[in-house]
Write a protein that binds this ligand. Structure first.
Ligand code: C2O
Ligand code: CU
Ligand code: CU
Length: 500
């Protein structure tokens, strides 16, 4: 067994992942073997049509956790799932094997893939079955992720451990002075319940506050470990962060108060870097950050934490019932820490070794198309309503076969996302990336980390967010939903069909 430090290093630096040599058709069939690092700059040279194949087997896994053995669900016996590394232009060929006791299907969050490769819940496979995904990796360099999308069970299956990263590289990214691959740390951040005495991977049926607020934990985990420590070199480090919590918003910052340089978000690099001390992301969102550890002596411990926050108009156990931790919503039991509670997510320990010094970034690091290119073909409103133990979009609950909207391929639409409820709704759209145009109410502005390509946008109580969407590549049936997984599972999801 690897010790925890080694495990985090492997997971963080991606040398244990499902990368493989170009052109080999089946080298990954048995999971995370000893493969060469395929981080940025370390992979094949790119070019269209290079096949990358993998098998992902979803199965139960016994995990040692604080002196007990608990059961998790894992891909290829790896917690979190093995990272999948691609170059833009690769062809992915992935076999999903379901060894779980219930049906499942995997979705590639953020990637623009054909309808039959998108993991729509109607495609779920029974225990013992397989599903083969074939798609071209057309998206920009960036960090995407994969997780199950089984209707009504996405929250439970993702929480059980079924989530992993997808790292895409391209030439635009290669051309930038970024930290060496050894100075790149990928982090899957989650909150889990450790104080209930059960398994921190077990998700009981969402009822009461869990169903209204979502499944909130009481401890921060990074890459499957509580209180994870990652050793970093004294230099510039690239932190690539995913909020993979079921329901918790993270207001991220460093314990030292040091600034973080923001270079990318969901759909890859931003046009310009910017500096922030706090960045709030909802579930499903990603950040690409540079942090300079060179000013700290070896041995310094620096924590990436979610700082406490309050959001006006947001319901919490404290204002729904008798209040206080443990009770709320009319006295119903509430487990986990409230939304907005402080939570340490991961600790960095500064090592002796000096890191790489890539030099200063140019003022412009990437070029993005204009958010709206040409005319707006159509505007649509979507109201995200929660109340009376229901989560609805425009008054409707998800129906597997009902097509809620038809959208013309190759046209731009503006969608107006309205939240008059007392809960946060991180709204996610499948089939590619969108742009955030405006926010009124609540925070009242588009945040710096929302300026690039996005697949998920946080809509807080009282906020109205306008996004520009355009589906250019694949016709078919896709989803839009709240990425609070308990809201999604309760029906805050809809089908749209892209038509030619
Ligand atoms: Cu990350 Cu439809 O989900
Ligand atoms: Cu998605
Ligand atoms: Cu929601």
């Amino acid at each position: 067994m690897m010790d925890r430090r080694d495990f985090i290093r492997l997971a963080g630096l991606g040398v244990g992942g499902l990368g493989l040599a170009p052109g080999s058709a089946d080298a990954l069939a048995t999971g995370p073997g000893p493969v060469a690092p395929r981080g940025r700059g370390a992979g094949h040279a790119g070019g269209a049509g290079v096949a990358q194949s993998a098998t992902l087997t979803a199965d139960t896994k016994a995990v040692a956790f604080e002196g007990r053995t608990v059961t998790a669900w894992a891909f290829n016996d790896s917690l979190p799932g093995p990272p999948l590394r691609f170059r833009r232009g690769d062809r992915a060929d992935i076999l999903l094997r379901n060894e779980l006791p219930e049906s499942t299907i995997v979705h590639w969050h953020g990637l623009d893939v054909p309808e039959d490769a998108d993991g729509h819940p109607r495609l779920a496979i029974a225990p013992g079955e397989t599903y083969r995904y074939r798609f071209d990796v057309v998206d920009r360099a960036g960090m995407y992720w994969y997780h199950p999308h089984t209707h009504g069970r996405t929250g439970a299956q993702t929480y059980a451990g079924l989530a992993g990263l997808i790292l895409v590289g391209d030439e635009e990214e290669d051309s930038l002075p970024l930290p060496a691959p050894e100075d790149e740390v990928t982090l899957i951040l989650q909150d889990r319940r450790v104080e209930t005495g059960g398994s921190p991977f077990e998700h009981r049926p969402a009822m009461g506050p869990d169903m209204m607020i979502g499944h909130l934990g009481d401890a921060g985990f990074a890459n499957g470990e509580r209180d994870a420590e990652v050793e970093v070199r004294r230099g510039l480090v690239r932190l690539r962060v995913l909020n993979a919590c079921n329901a918790r918003l993270l207001d991220l910052g460093l314990s030292t108060g040091d600034p973080m340089t923001l270079i990318g978000s969901d759909g890859g690099l931003l046009e310009r870097p910017s500096s922030s001390r706090r960045i709030m992301i909802g579930t499903g969102e990603r950040l690409d950050l540079l942090v300079d550890f060179s000013g700290h002596p070896a041995g310094t411990r620096i924590t990436l934490r979610s700082f406490p926050f309050e959001i006006s108009g947001m319901m919490s156990p404290g204002n729904m019932g008798r209040g206080g931790r443990g009770r709320g919503m009319g006295g119903m039991q509430f487990a986990g820490l409230p939304q907005g509670a402080a939570m340490d997510m991961v600790h960095f320990v500064v090592g002796d070794e000096r890191g790489s010094d890539p030099g200063p970034l140019p003022a412009r690091i990437a070029s993005l198309p204009a958010p709206i290119d040409g005319e707006v073909a159509r505007r649509r409103d979507f109201r995200f309503d929660s109340g009376m133990m229901q989560h609805l979009i425009n008054g409707r609950s998800f129906a597997m076969e009902r097509v809620d909207h038809e959208i013309r391929l190759g046209t731009t639409e503006v969608w107006h996302l309205v939240n008059d409820s007392g809960f946060a709704h991180p709204v996610h759209v499948h089939a590619g990336q969108f742009r955030v145009l405006s926010r009124t109410g609540g925070r009242g502005e588009v945040m710096p980390w929302e300026g690039g390509l996005k697949d998920t946008v946080l809509v807080l109580p009282q906020e109205r967010v306008e996004i520009a969407v355009r589906f250019d590549r694949y016709p078919g049936l896709f989803l839009m939903h709240c990425h609070n997984l308990e809201h999604e599972d309760a029906g805050m999801m809809m089908n749209f069909r892209v038509v030619e």
